[in-house]
Design a protein around this ligand. Structure first.
Ligand code: AMP
Ligand code: MG
Length: 539
């Protein structure tokens, strides 16, 4: 453990090893021939800590008490630099909603540097909302409290759910006012500005490679790929100075395909909808990155998207996410092609995405239902039917799977349809008609038979099954209205709900009976309230 922020050890590999933009003035521009531009955070009036995550401080060997030191808010609000910090913004491009968008880049994110902790692990610190950079295009480089609470809480919630993600060290209000047109209706409002300090082994995105390939800068593409492999995928190299061959690029790309498949399976398992799966929002490490207009399925609606900007095409709807990830990987394959110069093995790597996703999705489904393993011959139909039945009425996904664990296969045979449905009734948003009730009851009976067979063959029981189910079906997720309630309070200067949600979401699979009220369907008032159902990109 260290006790002071100025004891953090920075070893800024990216800045040191990759070419910098020679221009050091901060103005918006196209940046060619460089991986990053040096840029300082913009100073703010009155940085105040809203919340900090002690688990993330611990990754940096810092104690929880660090958050209360006065310089903490100064540094992570953007007013001061620590010795060793070398602030910079990275250049990237991306496919937005299926179309190549050219240069994007860290428009409101500034990397402070790479901390090397006592175990030798590297953690890049990044301020989001710390002012304009050369990549800010027409926007201001700032973030507001609303979107920053959402980013802070969801980063940590995802981590505790076991979903790979960038982390969040701190959330700080700046004391400055930021103009935002939240509804894109020509009525901008002033909102309190905020800065989140994000933490990840690397923030490199598919788009960092795409922009170099699109510009035909193959030399720089190779430099970034080699740096990334050496820094974040060293297991592909026999030693630190080993030459990186086409075969190693392929192994690397295959690993990106696999980790992205695993990430998609996690999102689908917990009911998370990212909302903006552009290739610039896809992490090379398979992390969830860039929490914007994301949301959580409440009623199980496969076509739901939280993003108003995508309401027409619904490209990034829940059910489409695994397909979009594959499309995004295909864009990355195109970008990396000049390093590999062969189509067939890249296609094989993309095929490994399909295989891995199917494997994970089946395993997760088996676990969600508490089966020892997924037997495609019978369980494909069982799960297909379930996903149909879940759409016969508005049924809360999270509550449904938790309630399903209560079912006891030995009892259910004597039950009427109504009694069967009673097991999962708390998940229903409205009264159920008899047709929908019969459909659910029939499914539950088939499921009970499958469980009895599983118990007989594998010797497990209700208790073991419940443990298995409750370990993958969260009880507490960051429902959109819960985040909004925390935002509303924080806007009034009361951070207690942010703290409380962070605390509950630390143990999302535990019963936590003292927080039972957070295991509840979305209340009716939240159905169409801004922030609780639909969100825009305006943040
Ligand atoms: P996003 O859709 O939020 O992932 O952002 C897409 C691009 O827009 C990225 O290059 C962001 O850095 C940039 N961007 C988003 N919001 C802002 C902002 N307020 N100021 C400057 N750039 C922004
Ligand atoms: Mg982004």
């Amino acid at each position: 453990m260290i006790t002071q922020l100025n004891q953090l050890q920075f070893d800024n590999r990216l800045v040191r090893e990759l070419p910098a933009d020679p221009e050091t003035e901060n103005f918006r521009r196209q940046v060619a021939g460089a991986i990053y531009s040096r840029v300082n955070p913009t100073a703010v009036k009155n940085p105040q800590l809203v919340a900090g995550a002690q688990e993330v401080a611990a990754l940096l060997d810092l104690p929880e008490s660090i958050f209360t030191q006065t310089e903490f808010a100064q540094i992570f609000g953007g007013n001061q630099l620590l010795p060793g910090m070398e602030p910079h913004a990275c250049c990237y491009g991306g496919h937005q909603f299926g179309n190549w968008a050219g240069q994007l880049g860290d428009g409101r994110a500034i990397n402070l540097g790479e901390v090397r902790n006592q175990q030798g692990n590297y953690w890049t610190l990044q301020l989001k909302g710390a002012g304009p950079t050369p990549y800010s295009r027409t926007a201001d480089g700032l973030a507001v409290l609303r979107s920053s609470v959402r980013e802070f809480l969801c980063s940590e919630a995802m981590f505790h759910l076991g979903v790979p993600t960038t982390r969040a060290l701190s959330l700080i209000t700046t004391g400055e006012w930021v103009r935002r047109d939240m509804f894109y209706d020509g009525n901008p409002q002033l909102e309190l500005g905020a800065v989140v300090c994000r933490v990840a082994p690397s923030f490199t995105r598919f788009g960092n490679f795409e922009i170099l390939s699109a510009r035909g800068d193959i030399d720089l593409l190779k430099q970034l790929a080699d740096f990334t492999i050496r820094a974040d995928f060293p297991h592909f190299l026999a030693n630190a100075s080993a030459e990186i061959t086409a075969d190693i690029y392929l192994q690397w790309f295959t690993e990106i395909c696999i980790s992205t498949a695993q990430l998609m399976a996690h999102w689908m398992r917990v009911g998370f909808v990212h909302g903006v799966m552009n290739t610039d929002n896809m992490s090379i490490l398979g992390l969830t990155i860039d929490y914007g207009p994301y949301g959580w399925l409440e009623g199980y609606e496969p076509d739901w998207t939280p993003n108003t900007t995508d309401a027409q095409g619904r490209r990034y709807r829940y059910i489409n996410q695994p397909r979009i990830a594959l499309w995004n990987l295909a864009q990355l394959a195109n970008a990396l092609y000049p390093l590999i110069n062969a189509v067939e093995p890249l296609q094989q790597a993309l095929e490994s995405y399909r295989v891995e996703y199917e494997y994970c999705a089946q395993r997760d489904m088996a676990n969600k239902l508490g089966l020892s393993q997924f037997d495609p011959a019978q369980d494909q139909t069982l799960t297909d039917n379930l996903l149909q039945v879940l759409q016969t009425a508005e049924i809360d996904m999270t509550i449904f799977y938790r309630r399903l664990a209560h079912l006891s296969p030995d009892d259910i045979h004597q039950y009427t349809d109504q009694q069967c449905v009673d097991i999962v009734r708390p998940a229903y948003y409205q009264a159920v008609d008899t047709t929908a009730e019969a459909a659910m009851a029939n499914w539950l009976r088939t499921y009970a038979q499958r469980l009895q067979q599983d118990y007989a063959v594998n010797g497990n029981d209700d208790n073991q099954r419940r443990l298995r189910m409750n370990a993958v079906n969260p009880k507490y997720v960051l429902r959109n209205y819960l985040a909004q309630q925390a935002i509303d309070k924080a806007t009034q200067g009361d951070n207690s709900e942010v703290e409380k949600l962070l605390q509950i979401l630390r143990n999302p699979y535990d019963e936590q009976p003292e927080y039972e009220e957070y295991f509840a369907k979305r209340p009716e008032w939240a159905r169409h309230k801004a922030g609780c159902s639909m969100l825009s990109c305006s943040s």
